[in-house]
Structure formats: C-alpha cells, structure tokens
Design a protein around this ligand. Sequence first.
Ligand SMILES: [Zn+2]
Length: 310
Amino acid sequence: VTAPFETRRGDAWIDRLLRRSPAQPLFRWRAARRLVVLAYHDVRDGDLFRAQMEHLARVARVVSADDVCCALRGEIELAPRSVLVTFDDGDRSVYQAGVPILQGLGLPAVVFIVAGLLDTDTPFWWVEAEALVGRVRPSNGHRGSPAEAVREMKRLPDAERREALAALRRAAAPEEIRTPQLRSEELRAMHASGIEIGNHTWSHPCLDRCDDAGVAEEVVRAHDALREVLGRAPRLFAYPNGNRDARVPPLLRELGYDACFLFDHRIGRFPPGDPYAVSRVRVNSTTSMDRFRIILSGLHPFVHRARGLS
Ligand SMILES: [Zn+2]
C-alpha cells in the first residue's frame, strides 16, 4: 500500500465545490473515453462502499479483467465509461465485506494478493511496523510518528528494511502482533465467484529497493504460489506501494502477464502505451460520495497534482 491520501479536515467543502463546478462535466466527458481503474485496499465502511458500487452500477460500465485483457490485445473495444475495480494486498475485509456487495450487484473486480501471507497470521509488514514503532518508541528514542517511520523504512534498501523490522520485533518481544490473513479456500471461493486474482508479490517490498534476485523471487514465487492455489496462472500484476521498477516488465512478459498496474492516481489513456504501466486512481471505502465522483471524473487527481500533493 501507500496510505491512500487521508481526507483532510476542511476538504469536504472543496470536494463539494469541485463536484458542482463546471470543470466536473468536462472531466467526466474526458474520462468517459478512458478506462478508469479504481485502486482500493480494504473495505472498512461497507455502507459507503455499497453506495459507491451502486453509483458505479448506475453511471458506469464496470468491466471484468477479461474485458480489459481482450481490449489490451485489441480484440474488443471498451464501452464508454468503463471502470475496473481493483483491491491491493488481499485484506480480509475485501473477502468478508466487499465481495458480497460486489456479487449482489453483479460487479466483477480484481484482487491483488500478497501471496506469502496466504494462510498465515502474519500482519502486513507496514501495519506491524507501525504498531511496533508505536510500542517501542518511548523507550527506543524513535522520533516522528509511526507512519513516518514506515515511510522511512520504504526508502531503505530492502535488506535493511527487513533488518529494521526484525529489530523492532526483538524490541517489542514477546508480544507478537497477529492478523489472520486470507486462507487458500477463501481465495478459491473468491476466485470462483468471478473475482480475478492478481499477483502483488510474495512479501510486498518496494521492488525498486530490492536487488535483482529479490525482484525475481518476489514476482516468480508469488506467481507459482497463486497458480498452485488457483489452478490457473495469474495474468495481472500490481506494483507494491506503486513503486515501478524496470526489472519487472521483462519477468512479467516471460510469465505471460497481460497487464501491470500502477498506483499513480491518474486516469490514463486506453489502451495505454504500455500494458505494463496501467494507471489507477486511489480510493477507499471511506471516500465520501462527493470525493468519489470527482475521483471518477479525474478532477480530483488533477487538482491533487496541481496542489502538489502527489
Ligand atoms: Zn499493496
């Protein structure tokens, strides 16, 4: 993940203003001819997520991974106002709260899985690091917030990032932090219900911080594990944290992937110049309907960039 931008206090009135501004129909018109790819993480607010999906079902055409793959190969054209719904990391709330809502509305989606966490009680590393920093900080003299500590860890060479996490675990021992992750049978059930399962690496490092062997292992090991569980090789990949790395596309090509997704808060042209660099916009289940509408149109991403926030 990258923490999807928090809604800052005082932003709600800006969202409302933007949604009613003359720019919104213009941006909607432009977005209608592109593919909007929504990038969610968890489904914390089921009611709001349902409202978002109902809105999509009304105003957009929610397309499947199949549609997108065929369109990328030039076999079909996507209809205007096509939207692809994706989730990164495989948070259990997606299975528990999100999938029933999607199924109820008959909407397809893609879930990108951190394959090494399947069937474990190991938390996502950044969640664990934040919790551990919060716990050990008073005695260890760490400065800054736990979130800042995680941001710093993401910039470290990956071997150092792992060492830092191990040191935090030692400092906080013996209390481990456990998070039940998706089980294989849950993943298969999700897949059987029409959700496309994509590769999001084995352990979710920032790939641009890994050495060559690390990059290959993260991609290939996750690929093999998902194929083993699902009986079918994944064909979509999403960069952890959105960090692009030039060593990844050749691996994906060799493994037969159709597309690779960014986390750049953009609505790119479709078909994209490079199927291994498909833009996505960041959204979450707690996003207000005003904000949701201006994300869908591309107006929020535009203003967000203009304000220098991404
Ligand atoms: Zn992620």
